[in-house]
Design a protein around this ligand. Structure first.
Ligand code: HEC
Length: 210
């Protein structure tokens, strides 16, 4: 079990450029062949990047709004991230306290937060957590670098019929090595659900609904 865990976790740590993961006493050294595989993330096409950039444009900044517009105060979506996560910092945050960095953390070397694009009332029934999540749910985990900047975005998107064996979740993880380079998709699919399998009772998501 422990061996399986390490074999799953180490590529993710590598992709996120995690000093904690790479220098931790329990982490194996990467083999050259593993590095070759891992260092070839799928770049977004120029079209996808354009879509992302368009998604970050404010719709009409001069229109007066009767209520405070939360999205107006959100930072623009960094280049390379998918449009589905745009504005995630205005979503409901599942974790009450920041998730602290851990030596064995699967992603992110600094603190992490988990956001979901649903209102809490839509995730509960009679004040209790309601699973599974509704179709259309997007859960975003942001991982901050130990110096505070955003370095990782892990996404679970619930699409009806997309993958019934894995809760119809589409798993994707995006990382960047510095703030002046675009995010790139580092991992997706089996490497994610092999571990998230442990959270099946809460619809494949570890961070519980309050
Ligand atoms: C080694 C185990 C492991 C692997 C592999 C893993 N995760 Fe996670 N993931 C976790 C844990 C544990 C959490 C709970 C938050 C935390 O402690 O970081 C989490 C949290 C998340 C969350 C927030 C929702 C939740 O479950 O709490 C998303 C989204 C996510 N992971 C996406 C991914 C994606 C995408 C991949 C693959 C690229 C992936 N994860 C691979 C263990 C893993």
């Amino acid at each position: 079990m422990n061996k399986l865990f390490l074999s799953l976790i180490s590529p993710v740590c590598l992709a996120a450029g995690l000093s904690a993961c790479q220098t931790g006493p329990t982490q194996p050294e990467p083999t050259p062949s593993a590095t070759v595989v891992i260092s070839t993330p799928t770049p977004l096409t120029p079209e996808q990047n354009n879509q992302n950039n368009q998604a970050t444009q404010p719709s009409n900044p001069t229109t007066p709004t009767p209520e405070p517009d939360v999205s107006a105060s959100l930072p623009p979506l960094p280049t390379g991230l998918p449009g589905i996560v745009d504005g995630y910092r205005g979503w409901f945050r599942l974790n009450a306290e920041p998730l602290p960095p851990r030596a064995d953390a699967p992603h992110g070397s600094g603190i992490k937060h988990v956001y979901v694009n649903q209102a809490l009332s839509d995730l509960q029934l009679n004040g209790q957590p309601r699973y599974p999540y509704p179709t259309g749910t997007v859960i975003v985990k942001e991982g901050l670098h130990s110096q505070g900047h955003l370095e990782l975005i892990a996404v679970m998107q619930k699409i009806a019929g997309a993958d019934p064996e894995h809760g119809d979740w589409v798993f994707e993880e995006y990382t960047r090595s510095a703030t002046d380079v675009p995010f790139r998709r580092a991992f997706s699919g089996s490497i994610c659900w092999d571990c998230h399998n442990r959270a099946r009772d809460t619809d494949w998501a570890f961070t519980p609904i309050p």
